[in-house]
Design a protein around this ligand. Sequence first.
Ligand code: GRF
Length: 250
Amino acid sequence: MPVSLLTVGRFVDFPVSRDAKHSYDRTKRFAFPRKAPTVAAKPVAQRAKRLVVLVSGSGTNLQALLDEIAATGVEAYGAEIVAVGADRDGIEGLARAERAGLPTFVTKVKDYGTREEWDAALAEAVAAHEPDLVVSAGFMKIVGKEFLARFGGRFVNTHPALLPSFPGAHGVRDALAYGARVTGCTVHFVDDGVDTGPIIAQGVVEVRDEDDESALHERIKEVERRLLVDVVGRLARNGYRIEGRKVVIQ
Ligand code: GRF
């Protein structure tokens, strides 16, 4: 009958049997057979997941991911950023990526005849970096069919409101104008609606009487950055499944 590791104490790190010829004796700590013990196979180390991050602005969420991965290490965090894309030039988000030595690409709507062509070009530019997950970290464009056909179920967005309340480009302003007393941020998978995909995690932020849009947004972003870093790491390390509207991180 197998003896639990707790029973035999901290001196052994493999299962032993009570019937074993050299059973454990507290007074004879070294009474085990000298042949190599049978050791349970360790789980095979998972390869770090490849992330492409999309930005449109200051890129502080991108920076939070960069900082966490640098501090924790790619292997322990479970993911690395392999490229950063944007829909416009001259933004701090791209500058942050360049300072981190990452490849960048810019796919502008106005450079394409139709929105569909832009969407296909964006999908192609992202696919070139073979990502496991794509993270929209303040990317202010709605992607189309082609992009979702390729990256649906692995395209994560962060939104500065508690969805399904206040979707769209002005989530902070809309919550404030509505008179909500709490708002926050939502990390979710992207589907073909506007901020309607399955929710992965949310963070709550209190609205203060003296708040204007910018003060409230700054406090939301403090929570949002921590939430995004936590969620992306867990998705990458643990794996996940999407069951209807429910996201289960394994
Ligand atoms: C975030 O609040 C994001 O939810 C919103 O835009 C902001 C981006 O901030 N869509 P940053 O560019 O990461 O600093």
